[in-house]
Design a protein around this ligand. Structure first.
Ligand code: DC
Length: 234
């Protein structure tokens, strides 16, 4: 069914997974733009849910309450020149979902199995018509196991912390060491959770980007997409 859909509009799906701070979103956004595909940042969806729960003082342990509330949540990802805006029940939450408070606890909510199934269903729907570059932790393994191109992007913890450090606003009072600790802790939670942990799909191409520039990574993935397109006759 999937290859038939792909053949209909000549497009495929691209899955990009990897740990926090590996540069997935920057790369995925650029790959999408080069291919004229739609970029879907699934981390932003987990972040939007987390932001909502924090605002309503619902703890990650209160699973039943979380599940009751997610049914009433409308999450929209709207492309714009900065990449993508995130709307939660009509409100632009693109900024607040990146706060340290949300970042620090998002992995806890992400462990709730039914919450994941709910978001995975939405993500699959977004990719139904193909032409999507989706980044996250479980895209190649769970969300889109039939994606025509699967990439697993990594980089050392130090390098990921350094990249994040360079992006920090001057107002954010964080040291490189704190960032390294935060990233390592989030890696651990994402890799060790029971449901859809962060792991590489068997058929994914692994890209260690520690010593690669963003341009090189983007070029590599776009070339791979062109090759696959040729192979499957798209
Ligand atoms: O990509 P990000 O750092 O914005 O993701 C935020 C968190 O969301 C991440 O720590 C784990 C969770 N996440 C997930 O569990 N599955 C995904 N597909 C994407 C993100």
């Amino acid at each position: 069914m999937t290859s038939q859909n792909a053949a209909e509009n000549g497009k495929m799906n691209v899955a990009i997974d990897g740990p926090a701070g590996a540069g997935k979103s920057t790369v995925a956004r650029r790959v999408a733009s080069k291919l004229s595909y739609v970029y879907v940042d699934t981390g932003a969806m987990y972040r939007a849910v987390t932001y909502y729960m924090l605002r309503h003082e619902i703890e990650p342990e209160e699973v039943d309450t979380v599940l009751t509330h997610i049914k009433n949540l409308e999450i929209e990802l709207i492309p714009d020149e900065s990449g993508q805006k995130v709307f939660l029940n009509g409100e632009d939450v693109s900024g607040p979902i990146r706060s340290r408070e949300v970042t620090g606890i998002v992995s806890m909510y992400s462990q709730i199995e039914e919450l994941r199934s709910h978001l995975v269903e939405m993500q699959r729907e977004m990719a139904l018509r193909k032409g999507v570059v989706m980044d996250g932790r479980d895209i190649g393994t769970t969300v889109l196991p039939d994606a025509e191109v699967k990439i697993f992007m990594t980089a050392s913890v130090r390098e990921r912390a350094l990249r994040r450090f360079k992006e920090l606003e001057k107002t954010e009072d964080l040291t490189l060491e704190q960032l390294e600790r935060d990233i390592a802790a989030r890696d651990k939670l994402d890799q060790e959770r029971e449901v859809s942990p962060l792991r590489q799909a068997e058929d994914a191409i692994v890209l260690d980007t520690t010593s690669m520039s963003i341009d090189e990574v983007v070029e590599h993935i776009v070339t791979r997409c062109m090759d696959v397109r040729g192979d499957v006759g798209l």
